[in-house]
Design a protein around this ligand. Sequence first.
Ligand code: NAD
Ligand code: MG
Length: 386
Amino acid sequence: MEDKKRHIAILGSTGSIGTQALEVLNQHPDIFELEVLTAHSNAELLIKQALKYQPNAVVISDESRYREVNDALFDAGIKVYAGEEALTQVVEMESIDMVLTALVGYAGLKPTLAAIRAGKNIALANKETLVVAGDLVTKMAQEKGVNVFPVDSEHSAIFQCLVGEFHNPIEKIYLTASGGPFRGKTRDELMQVTRAQALKHPNWVMGAKITIDSASLMNKGLEVIEAKWLFNLKNEQIDVIVHPQSIIHSIVQFTDGSMKAQMGLPDMKLPIQFALGYPQRLKSDFERFNFANYSSFTFEQPDKETFRNLQLAFDALEKGGNAACVLNAANEVAVDAFLHDKIGFLAMSDLIEHCLQKVAYIERPEYEDYVQTDRETREMAKAYLN
Ligand code: NAD
Ligand code: MG
């Protein structure tokens, strides 16, 4: 009998998105087959996941953990690979239909390009890849006839609004933002905020990097750039609106003025499942929205003067070329420094602005230019911190 199941690789299976994706797969064993799991250094969880879900192969990026993982999975007949290169090789496996990119940061770029080159459809959670090199990624996807399905909740919302409308032009999109834990605070108040406060998001539980990005509104800035590439939009067609309840996940406005929105409780399992299962809507028992719990939805303009990261992202988008790659690399260094209590919350924007001004501008970057820009920006950012 022909195997009609969708064969999935999850890059970054030990993270917030990765573990939720495994729950989704587990609910639909008739639809999905797991091929590959990967993790950066969390060998314990990777081993546990592999023994439970029985993939064909796993990759542990941190080579010093290879022996431990291999010893644990050898008897189960699960192939174990280690190192950065293995990540870009494993996505080429013939049996894989779709790759979920649930790893965090610039590290996602190379394996995502490798997966597209090998003709695999992508369920994209790793927004940094599109921020860094959206032009290369979308161009290669087009050439290879590969689909890039959004996992990010806002972009999934837009995609869901577009189903049945693919031939109708978009006039505008509104990306909704919760505003994060510091909505309404002044710059003076933001001087004092701590890592622990920034790590407490009001509506979502996520990995550390995106949680800090959500507090600084950089996450929304990255999502603006992500939206441009996913939906082929002009900069002026993208707007951000703060909606603190996080029930409306984004809105598309069409050329007749009609606006479609997608709603639901904040739960990443829904957009993960929609991306993996498209075009089907699979049954789920996720908690349903209840009107009795919400007497109103509110909307406000984002405060780009207080939360400068959002403005910096719009500036990078406007500048084009390698500017968004600089923005991303500087932000990764800044978030890491903030998480290690090396800089304050507001200093993150200073560092990013410094790099955006200083790193050499390249108007039409090739892949190697992005690699060089990322490296140069990280060096400059670290020098600025010392
Ligand atoms: P996380 O930190 O919880 O997990 C990251 C995963 O990537 C882990 O499995 C880790 O082992 C792996 N990883 C980390 N660094 C790596 C490296 N250098 N090389 C290879 N693997 C590496 O992150 P997350 O919150 O699950 O986010 C993953 C991606 O999804 C991010 O790009 C984020 O912006 C995006 N996203 C997350 C959410 C969410 O709710 N968590 C929502 C929307 C988008
Ligand atoms: Mg999002």
